[in-house]
Design a protein around this ligand. Structure first.
Ligand code: UDX
Length: 453
């Protein structure tokens, strides 16, 4: 099929590369010319494992351009995957979405196309996009767009760092539309994934026990709600284990064992029960906030979702409280943060716990030294004014430090020579914000080890 994807962020680019790999003819469009030039040269603007490799394999089926006008006309499917960043009041900024919808109405001159909302958009956006496209079509073509367009929602569930795996070997594919033609087109588009008939890339082998991927084919509103409800559920699962970890700390229980003991109940599941300094990233914060505010429009409250948010922000304060408890005075202390990205295998700093924690510590008069294996450049660009000291290595972070905090559980941090690090530190205190380090080993090297329960 001919597919146009508007927006080459995480979602758009991953979707485009995967669909190109599956054999569809894909045009990726972005108004940012620099990004397009970079993509044309075979490089990617984001750090995502194997994306460059898969892009190279899909290259014969991929085209990149910065001009919407010429790129949508012969499409069978147009994906809208532009950013919906949070506005200052927390609501998603839908400016780009509306510009693109109007642009499609203006430039599409064919007989029939399915327009798919792939960005995480507020519930009801499908109808809104449909009306914007039709209005713009009528304005520019002088006639009504009767059967030319239909709008669908196709939420993505990919995690940064494993985005390609999550897309090719999805747990499920969700498509929603009030027009059955759209559902048929999307079924054909995703057929190779649903039936798992494509040849797996050598570096992304097919999981052993994967069968056919279930397709949830539903109405527009249900698909839109599925996306929010899924993310909010994952967020609250994490907040739940973090809340339990407070009590575990008081009663002297081991939260890792508690998590395992709970999660092995098949009804609960072991994943997303890892206690720590809480969730960050571009989705959980934004989506839980949007869910609460959508509910408000209907005079509903969402006490469970709100509590998940509150518990998450409390986790950040817990880091400061633990350091205060240990060091007694924070003013003038040097604290080293290991990890800035909101999780390993990404350079994404959106809602990263490290940023909040660094701010809180700097406000308390600490010197904060930071390191991350891949996010340093982005950090220097986006947070130059924060006042943190950027270090080239974990060893440099440890220099004269009164405490180290493991913020992101990068695999290389687990393998660090902590004995050598200890020799450089002023006080041997380590706060393992992800419960990822070996307590016994660190204690042997003379550290005072503090975990999250
Ligand atoms: C999430 C959803 O998982 C994905 O389905 C959706 O499409 C986008 O949002 P992502 O933000 O990339 O994906 O990362 P994810 O792996 O879900 O982790 C989110 C945050 O939760 C990270 O900060 C991570 O460190 C934290 N986390 C995750 C925990 O603190 N404990 C856990 O057990 C799992």
């Amino acid at each position: 099929m001919n597919v146009s994807i508007i927006g080459t962020g995480y979602v758009g680019l991953t979707t485009g590369v995967c669909l190109g790999y599956l054999g569809h003819k894909v045009t990726c469009i972005d108004s940012d010319e620099k990004k397009i030039a970079l993509l044309r040269s075979g490089k990617t603007p984001i750090y995502e494992p194997y994306l460059t490799e898969l892009m190279a394999e899909a290259q014969p089926n991929l085209r990149f351009c910065s001009n919407l006008a010429g790129a949508v006309n012969n499409a069978d499917v147009i994906f809208i995957a532009v950013g919906t960043p949070p506005a200052p009041d927390g609501s998603p900024d839908l400016r780009y979405l509306s510009q693109v919808a109007r642009g499609i109405g203006e430039h599409y001159a064919g007989d029939f196309v399915v327009v798919v909302n792939k960005s995480t958009v507020p519930i009801g956006s499908g109808n809104w996009v449909d009306s914007l496209i039709r209005e713009s079509y009528e304005q520019h073509h002088g006639r009504k767009a009767n059967g030319n367009f239909c709008v669908a929602s196709n939420p993505e569930f990919l995690r940064e760092g494993t985005a390609l795996h999550d897309s090719l070997y999805a747990d499920r594919v969700v498509v929603g539309s009030d027009d059955s033609r759209a559902l048929e087109v999307l079924y054909s588009l995703y057929r190779p994934i649903l039936d798992q008939t494509f040849a797996a890339p050598t570096y992304l082998p097919r999981p052993e026990r994967i069968g056919a991927v279930p397709l949830i084919s539903t109405d527009l509103a249900s698909a839109e709600l599925i996306k929010y409800a899924a993310n909010a559920f994952l967020a609250l699962k994490i907040s739940y284990i973090n809340e339990i970890s407070h009590l575990a700390e008081k009663v002297g229980a081991d939260i890792a064992q508690v998590g395992k003991g709970i999660g092995l109940d098949a009804r609960i599941g072991t994943r997303f029960l890892q206690a720590g300094i809480g969730w960050g990233g571009s989705c959980f914060g934004k989506d839980t906030s949007a869910l609460v505010s959508t509910a408000k429009e209907y005079n509903l409250t969402m006490p469970i979702v709100q509590a998940a948010r509150d518990v998450n922000s409390r986790q950040r304060d817990r880091v400061v409280a633990k350091l205060l408890g240990e060091l007694k005075i924070l003013k003038g202390r040097t604290i080293g943060l290991l990890g800035l990205a909101f999780k390993p295998n990404t350079d994404d700093l959106r809602e990263a716990p490290a940023i909040d924690i660094a701010k809180k510590l700097i406000d308390r008069g600490c010197k904060v030294r930071v390191h991350d294996p891949v996010a340093m450049e982005r950090f220097q660009q986006e947070y130059a004014t924060l006042g943190a000291i950027c270090c080239d290595s974990p060893e440099e972070v440890a220099d004269e430090a009164d405490a180290l905090v493991l913020v992101t559980e990068w695999p290389e941090y687990r393998e660090l020579d902590f004995e050598a690090l200890a020799a450089r530190m002023h006080c041997r205190v380590i706060l393992d914000g992800r419960n990822a380090l070996d307590r016994a080993r660190l204690t042997r090297f003379g550290y005072r080890y503090i975990g999250i329960a």
